[in-house]
Design a binder for this molecule. Structure first.
Ligand code: B30
Ligand code: ZN
Length: 264
């Protein structure tokens, strides 16, 4: 069930009234900076199946706070992409759940995390669930339950052809609570930077209610590109009362947490 929450300043401010964890001490997003991070020679993040075509059907949904791509579960014929390594516990695998976007109505805003004072135009989140837990609800209740990969998008002159399989379906889901089944093949590797060797990692939360503090964040420092024209496709979507966009949460306190940057 989708509880309403808004992104305007006065709306974000009251998230903790209905959702206690949104007022916690391990919230996301945060400002990342090279100089305030602990540089470690961490293992690479192992990403398996990112070059494979995702099993059908894949849906793309306008849920009023984002555009979400979701994959089928419990398919016996296909293994979904999964990740392990980095600061994740040994022998724990995290399987793809879906992905979604946070973006701005102007190019100078939109990403949730900020990297060395740079707020990018968009941030994609690829959600992975620890296979020890059978669903999102169960995983959200455990501290080792979820890993979200963060990918920044930076506006450049030329189109990023790799994201067209998603973009071309956005006009079909202009309205809130509409969904389309993708007729294109989707390959995760098309959406991520070529360089995944440098990443920031820390322990945080879902950036939307219920703000569960069970996320291991892995944010790649290399952005991918998108053109202004391609960004306008996202900005044409509706959230029911307004343009969908500026759907990023304000920065949260790092507090006592440690942020690591992989130093290769
Ligand atoms: S994020 O990556 O930290 N922005 C959820 C997953 C990832 C993030 C935020 C939230 C999540 O699973 N939320 C609960 C389920 N959602 C489904 C959804 O697709 O997005 C239902 C809901 O609100 O109540 Cu929205
Ligand atoms: Zn997100």
């Amino acid at each position: 069930s989708t509880a309403y929450f808004g992104y305007k300043k006065r709306q974000q401010h009251i998230w903790p009234r209905k959702f206690k964890e949104c007022g916690g001490k391990m919230q996301s997003p945060i400002a990342l900076s090279t100089s305030k991070s602990i540089a470690l020679s961490l293992p690479a993040l192992e990403m398996i199946g990112f070059h494979d075509v995702l099993p059908h059907p894949i849906t793309l949904t306008n849920n009023g706070h984002s555009v979400a791509l979701n994959v089928v579960k419990n398919s016996t014929h296909h293994r979904l992409p999964y990740i392990f390594g980095a600061i994740l516990n040994e022998n724990q695998q995290y399987e793809l759940e879906g992905l979604h976007f946070h973006w701005g109505n102007k190019n100078n805003r939109g990403s949730e995390h900020v990297l060395n004072d740079m707020r990018y135009s968009m941030e994609m989140h690829i959600i992975h669930r620890n296979i020890a837990y059978s669903n999102m609800a169960d995983a959200s209740a455990h501290e080792d339950g979820l890993v979200v990969l963060g990918i920044f998008f930076q506006v450049q002159e030329s189109d990023n052809e790799m994201i067209n399989p998603i973009l071309k379906h956005l006009p079909s889901i202009q309205w809130i609570n509409t969904e389309v089944i993708l007729n294109t093949s989707v390959i995760l590797n098309s959406f991520i930077p070529k360089n995944t060797e440098t990443y920031y990692t820390y322990r945080g939360s879902l950036t939307t209610p219920p703000c569960s503090e069970t996320i291991t964040w892995v944010i790649f420092s290399t952005p991918v590109s998108i053109s202004f024209k391609q960004m306008t496709r996202f900005r044409m979507l509706s959230n029911g009362e307004d343009k969908l966009g500026d759907n990023y949460r304000k920065l949260q306190n790092i507090g006592k947490r440690k942020v690591y940057v992989r130093n290769v």
